[in-house]
Design a protein around this ligand. Structure first.
Ligand SMILES: [Zn+2]
Length: 67
């Protein structure tokens, strides 16, 4: 089982960190705490139909509306 470590930027403190995820993760939206400031981050996984998990995006859990 492969581990993917996408780099994320915390939307609260702006620091970057890597997240360890199993490539076979079957969720595409999860909440993780920032390891640096402890804020809850809405993490949306970027899935490729052929390659599987290719990355992740970090969003604020409150008020960050997109599309
Ligand atoms: Zn942070």
């Amino acid at each position: 089982m492969n581990i993917v470590k996408p780099k994320l930027h915390c939307p609260y403190c702006g620091k970057s960190f890597s997240l360890e995820l199993e490539e076979s993760v079957n969720e595409d939206d999860l909440i993780e705490e920032c390891p640096l400031c402890g804020s809850p981050i809405d993490i949306r996984l970027v899935m490729d139909p052929e390659k599987g998990l290719v990355g992740a995006e970090a969003h604020r859990v409150d008020g960050d509306t997109d599309e």
